[in-house]
Ligand binder design. Structure first.
Ligand SMILES: Nc1ncnc2c1ncn2[C@@H]1O[C@H](COP(=O)(O)OP(=O)(O)OP(=O)(O)O)[C@@H](O)[C@H]1O
Ligand SMILES: [Mg+2]
Length: 362
């Protein structure tokens, strides 16, 4: 897919205006705190409907306003399309796809991007939460039903946790029913994650091998409470059994301590845990390979390459690694931000941003 335009009104510090992107490499430069990440965030919101920076959507609205609007024009399935996001101070946000009001789940999968944001570097070193979110969002983009599956799982988990805290005997007797629901949904999530990670490993392996000039190998390990099971029914049984065995413990804790909401992704570099041993540059390359792998899968499944959004991630990579990535993405649509001019990209459309004003560079 290709994004043609982004229009912003009262979105954070961005001034009223329209940005027209080229189909290839777009580079947005500006000093700190001028609005570069705000542009990336605005675009990302169309594929995720949730920000990577905040859960509080009111923060998007410019401090001097009570309403904010974003609009994109894009080409998908060879068709010109549009989407709009409207944020209000006093009411719920509204989403429009081709002028028709839709739910977030209907927007997901229509406008696909792959984002690489500085804090994604923590994907390797931080706790499992971020890695699960990465996998779950990546699957949602190729399989929008997965987004509903995750949200159903979280609702059931929330209910079960409430039951665990309840002192009411009648309520506690309903635990079994919640266990069955949780195991059913959990098994489907597990199988989809397992399949996705196998595919991702294949692509990411190739990328990292090339980025590092053949020096590095990468493998991915799905670390799950379900072990290595591949059958959905058996997985359901395993989960149900674990919930049953752990029930007394969960009752003491007041929350569900076992399930796919605790699973993790192991990233192995040259046969060793990247979490424990990877250098800064190796971490950056490993995350880049996961992101480019995610993009390749989107291309295979949807037949459209997603828009690559790279926010300030080119520093710290050595020349060889950087050159390989540039070669790999040169013919894709990519939006890159940086504080200083990036000269290695060859033909590209340049923008400058200052105090929220975006203008095409001369
Ligand atoms: N709701 C808002 N209203 C007005 N200004 C805002 C709002 N939200 C954020 N800002 C401001 O927007 C400015 C630009 O933020 P942004 O994160 O896009 O900077 P940046 O160009 O990416 O900088 P850096 O190079 O440091 O990453 C910041 O000064 C921030 O305080
Ligand atoms: Mg920034």
């Amino acid at each position: 897919m290709i994004i043609k335009t982004l229009e912003t009104q009262n979105f954070r510090n961005l001034r009223l205006g329209k940005i027209s992107f080229s189909d290839g490499v777009n580079i947005l430069t500006g000093l700190n705190a001028q609005g570069k990440t705000n542009v990336i965030e605005a675009l990302w919101l169309f594929s995720a409907s949730k920000s990577f920076r905040t859960n509080n959507e009111k923060e998007f609205i410019n401090h001097n306003s009570n309403y904010s609007e974003l609009k994109v024009g894009f080409i998908k399935n060879s068709r010109e399309q549009s989407a709009e996001l409207r944020y209000y101070e006093k009411k719920r946000r509204e989403i429009y796809l081709n002028d028709i009001k839709v739910k977030p789940s209907e927007l997901i999968g229509n406008f696909s991007t792959v984002l690489f944001f500085p804090s994604h570097l923590n994907l390797i070193k931080e706790g499992p939460d971020m890695r699960r979110k990465f996998i779950d969002f990546a699957i949602s983009q190729i399989k929008p039903q997965y987004f509903s599956l995750i949200s159903d799982y979280n609702k059931v988990l929330f209910q079960r946790n409430n039951m665990l805290k309840s002192e009411d005997i009648d309520q506690l007797q309903t635990l079994e029913a919640w266990d069955i629901k949780l195991a059913k949904l959990g098994a489907r999530i597990y199988i989809l994650r397992k399949k996705y990670l196998k595919e991702l490993e294949k692509h990411a392996k190739n990328v990292i091998y090339e980025i590092s000039g053949g020096k590095e190998t990468l493998s991915l390990e799905y670390l799950s409470v379900c072990g290595d099971e591949i059958d959905v029914w058996k997985t359901e049984e395993i989960l149900l059994n674990k919930l049953f065995i752990n029930r007394d413990r969960d009752l003491v804790l007041g929350y569900t301590d076992v399930g796919v909401h605790k699973d993790d992704l192991g990233i192995i570099l040259n046969g060793k845990s990247a979490k424990a041993f990877a250098s800064q540059g190796q971490q950056r390359s490993a995350v880049m390979s996961l992101k480019l792998g995610e993009a390749e899968i989107l291309k295979t499944v949807t037949d459209e390459y997603p828009i690559l959004l790279f926010d300030d991630v080119f520093s710290e990579l050595d020349k060889n690694r950087k050159n390989y990535i540039i070669e790999k993405i040169r013919d894709k649509q990519v939006i890159i931000t940086a504080c200083e001019n990036l000269t290695d990209f060859g033909e590209s459309k340049l923008f400058e941003i200052s105090d929220g004003y975006v203008k095409e560079a001369e």
